[in-house]
Design a protein around this ligand. Structure first.
Ligand SMILES: Nc1ncnc2c1ncn2[C@@H]1O[C@H](COP(=O)(O)OP(=O)(O)OP(=O)(O)O)[C@@H](O)[C@H]1O
Ligand SMILES: [Mg+2]
Length: 240
């Protein structure tokens, strides 16, 4: 059963409300004569707890759509509801609040090189006031143990392999129990086995936490973890 919430209040009481609803979403880059449309009339509903993989050629608009959904870029035209909240025309403050409920995993893991694995993961909790009084080090260590890095908590990124760094990024994205995880080519830099391990890890942790995953990939070897696959071409979305 699916509900289509019309207000934030309603989305809180209806636990099965969709996590993401895009309706006739358009996006443009540039202004004046350089203005170029990157997304055309995107319609996409992702249920809470669903794992959706998005594929499609380079330049088709996947990252653009992901960054809009994550509140990393302002939505311009149409409707985009994330966790029941309309983000087309949302204020900076609303987008900041939204971003706290989302975990991001990107190809270039963006770990802080001057922080250890544990400090990188811990930093994600420090952004959340509700964790103020808890033992952040213990939580970060437990999360790193969950991704198989209990023996590397005090290592700096430069001393970790690509797969290990990606696991730290996953631990960092999931430790605050985000409602949505957005992942852009999380396995691109990894060999077949590490890539597989990393997505299975994401899948298991997400299922445990009941979070929704939208994952962009060119990697055919991981398509089977998805509940559904959608395809982007020339800025338009085609359900697979
Ligand atoms: N900041 C930007 N300014 C102008 N145009 C942009 C910008 N970002 C992306 N584009 C354009 O928007 C289109 C979609 O780009 P996007 O990065 O979303 O593609 P993608 O599907 O993620 O590609 P890839 O698989 O190579 O990562 C491309 O034509 C790109 O050139
Ligand atoms: Mg991209």
């Amino acid at each position: 059963m699916q509900f289509h919430p019309t207000s934030v209040a309603e989305s809180i009481v209806t636990v099965s409300a969709p996590a993401i609803v895009a309706h006739k979403l358009n996006h443009y880059f540039g202004t004046g004569s350089l203005r170029k449309q990157a997304l055309f009339e995107i319609n996409l509903t992702i249920a809470a707890g669903e794992i959706v993989i998005m594929t499609g050629p380079s330049g088709s608009g996947k990252t653009t759509l992901l960054t809009l959904m994550g509140g990393l870029r302002s939505a311009q035209e149409g409707s985009l509801k994330i966790l029941g909240q309309e983000i087309c025309g949302a204020t900076k403050h609303q987008l900041t609040q939204l971003r706290k409920q989302i975990g991001y995993i990107f190809q270039a893991h963006n770990l802080m090189s001057f922080l250890t694995a544990k400090q990188n993961v811990r930093m994600s909790l420090e952004l959340h006031d509700e964790y103020n009084s808890t033992d952040l080090d213990a939580k970060a260590t437990a999360m790193l143990e969950a991704v198989g890095l209990g023996h590397r908590v005090d290592y700096y990124p430069e001393n970790l392999s690509g797969g290990q760094k990606q696991r730290v990024a996953i631990a960092r994205a999931l430790i605050s129990h985000p409602k949505i995880v957005l992942a852009d080519e999380p396995t691109a830099a990894l060999d077949k086995q590490s890539g597989r391990e990393v997505v299975e890890l994401m899948q298991n942790l997400a299922k445990e936490q009941g979070c929704t995953i939208l994952l962009v990939t060119h990697d055919n070897r991981i398509l089977d973890i998805a509940d559904r696959i959608v395809y982007m071409e020339d800025g338009r979305l085609v359900e697979g």
